[in-house]
Structures are given as C-alpha cells and as structure tokens.
Ligand binder design. Structure first.
Ligand code: KG4
Ligand code: ZN
Length: 348
C-alpha cells in the first residue's frame, strides 16, 4: 500500500511517497532556510507564501521520482491515502499544506489522513530500521519542541515531560544570534564547537530532576551574562566563541542525554528513539549512543535528512493511521489543522 505525505508545518515544503509505511519511493524537501536566515528565524507570513510557490513543483517531483505520472494517481492502487501534517506548527503554513492535501484528496478521490508532526519525528526512524517496534522511549528535539514520550504502541502515548520554556533547537538558534553567528543556530554552533574547549565555561546543566520536564531559557540567559561580562576577552580572542559554543552545546547535550537515559532505566525501556532537527547534531548523537551502550540501552538516531522536517515521516505515520482508521473509523480524526496540536491517542 502506498501513502503520499505532505509536510508544511514550518519552513520546509515536502512531499513523499512511501510503500507499506517503511520503504521510501520518493522524498522531496524544499527548504526556505536561506530566505529566513536574514531575519534570524522563521517569518510566518513569508513561510506561507513560499509554501504556496513551491508546493506544486514539490508534489509533481515526488510523484515522478516515485515512477508515476499525475494521471496515474487516479488509479486506486497508486496511492491509497493522502496524509498531511495537521499540527503543531505555524497556522498559515499548515493551512497551505492542508488545503493542498484536501484538493488532491478531492481530485483523486483518496482518503485524507491528518497526522501529528511529532508522531512523524517519533516514527520516522522506521524508514531506516523497519524491524523496530514499540514500545520504546522517544525524545523529540526540534526548533519548536522538546518532548520525552513513552511510545506504548502506534497511536498510544504517555508524554513524560516537555520543555517549560525554550525548545532545545530554539536555544541553539538564540545563542547563535547572540554570538553573531548565522541561522539556523544548531549547525553553526556544532561546527564552531569542534574548534573549542567544552570545559572552558562552566555552564550549569538544567536537569530539573524532580520531574521529566526540560528548561533551556536559564542556560540561554547564562550565555547572555557570560558574553556581557566577558566582552573584552571575546573581542581580543575570537576563538573564545568556539569555547562558548562547545561549553553551551555540552550543557544541552548532557541534559538531554542524561535525562533520557534515566527515564529509559526508570521505565525499563531497552530502546530509545531520538528525532527532530537537533538530532542532526553529531556530538548529541555520539554522546547518546555511547551513554546508551554503557547502560545497555540501544539508541536509534535517524540519518541527517530524516532528522529535520520531511514528508516521508508523515507518509509513514499516515500508513499506520489509515490502516487503523479502516478498522476504527476515519471520521473521528480532526478535520482542520491545529497549530497547538498535542500528541493524542488514536489507537484505542
Ligand atoms: O525538526 P526541525 O527541522 O524543525 C522543527 O520542527 O522545528 O528542527 C529545526 C531545529 C532548529 O532549531 C535548528 O537549529 C536545529 O533544529 N538543528 C540543530 C542542528 N541542525 C538543526 N541543532 C543542533 N545541532 C545541529 N546540527
Ligand atoms: Zn519538526
């Protein structure tokens, strides 16, 4: 069974075709990063307009990359369902993908399956590790989210903790801006950190051990104060920015990894899946894998292109949801996009 996925929740316009939830037939992503870089963040109005400009081309390319023509889509077995990100995300961006998905669903007479973006980041890993099955523990770390989730089954979740303020990726982006680096902040901080000493600045790890929540705004403020109080040193020695990046990155990574591994131990999870843009960070990935090994926990990390936003992960979740919807009734799914959508159970 082939599902087509559409993702437009933030600044990537993406369409993909997936077979049986796990095999990628095509995966096209058009990123708007360059356009937003000049503003040091995503400008929602510009994002919606760019989605409108890109979506037709991205859709057509995904269909042809998979070996089909647009006319083929009228056939029943070429694409059984169309899945689309219904939230969370930017309302204008979501609406664009939503309207496009509704239109082709009507045109080609295919059922529409709304998908939660966070579920995409949780299950995107199945595209590369098809043998993996729930239950497992998942950490989603992106520009908008930091969530620790117990994945009991497809469509069955217990959210253990969330960020109380800045998401991990947001903290990377804000610290990069503060250090006069470029947007998005994650990749540039990672690169700069490679030339720095992670022990140079002693930033406190915001562990909040009393629960499974996260908080990165205090760490970000600590960087603000450090830069303010050491302006002369930074001006004299430009390489000190590398030390700040390495020390900040290390504090974020320790917090994410240590808390997640502790949660895996507490809830007796042998498998941990991490997903979202921040997991493209090589230092985070290596630290997760080595601390996981030391605790006999297998940590699964998507390859770079599947960490950041893409539609393959949406088409994959669409497959499981559609199969479940056949059994349970597709009509109970939301019929409109929701910018603040929470993870909710559908496999009950
Ligand atoms: O999942 P994603 O593509 O979009 C959202 O759903 O937010 O994540 C984007 C976030 C940005 O904040 C970006 O700075 C961060 O992921 N990111 C990284 C790296 N690459 C992207 N953070 C740390 N290290 C990286 N290498
Ligand atoms: Zn995302």
């Amino acid at each position: 069974m082939i599902t087509l996925g559409i993702e437009t929740s933030c600044d990537e316009t993406a369409v993909a075709l997936i077979e049986n939830g796990r095999k990628i037939l095509s995966n096209v992503v058009s990123s708007q990063q360059k356009m937003h870089a000049q503003y040091f963040g995503v400008v929602p109005e510009l994002a919606s307009r760019a989605h409108l400009e890109n979506i037709n081309y991205v859709f057509e390319k995904a269909v042809t990359d998979a070996g089909f023509t647009l006319v083929d889509l009228h056939k029943k077995d070429v694409v059984s369902a169309i899945s689309v990100t219904a939230g969370p995300g930017l309302m204008g961006s979501l609406l664009l993908g939503w309207t496009f998905a509704n239109t082709i669903s009507y045109l080609y007479k295919k059922p529409l399956v709304p998908v939660n973006h966070l579920e995409g980041h949780i299950f995107g890993i199945l595209l590369e590790h098809p043998q993996l099955k729930p239950p497992f523990l998942s950490l989603i770390v992106s520009g908008g989210h930091t969530e620790l989730v117990l994945v009991k089954n497809f469509g069955s979740y217990k959210v253990l903790g969330k960020t109380r303020d800045d998401a991990a990726g947001e903290a990377f982006d804000k610290v990069a801006k503060l250090l006069n680096l470029t947007y998005p902040g994650g990749p540039v901080i990672e690169k700069s950190a490679r030339g720095g000493n992670a022990s140079a600045v002693k930033f406190t790890r915001p562990y909040l051990w009393e629960n499974w929540d996260f908080s990165f705004s205090g760490l970000k403020t600590a960087v603000v104060y450090y830069v303010r109080d050491n302006a002369a040193k930074i001006a004299k020695d430009k390489t000190h920015v590398n030390d700040i990046c390495a020390s900040f990155q290390s504090a974020v990574v320790d917090t994410l990894v240590d808390k997640t591994i502790e949660a895996a131990k507490k809830f007796k999870m042998k498998n941990v899946v991490i997903g979202g843009g921040v997991t493209a960070n090589g230092f985070l990935k290596d630290t997760f894998i080595s601390r996981g090994k030391a605790n006999k926990i297998h940590v699964y990390v998507p390859s770079r292109g599947l960490c950041t936003d893409n539609a393959a992960m949406i088409a994959s979740v669409g497959y499981y949801k559609y199969k479940s919807a056949k059994a349970y009734k597709i009509s109970k799914f939301k019929k409109y996009p929701d910018p603040n959508m929470e993870l909710e159970d559908w496999n009950v």
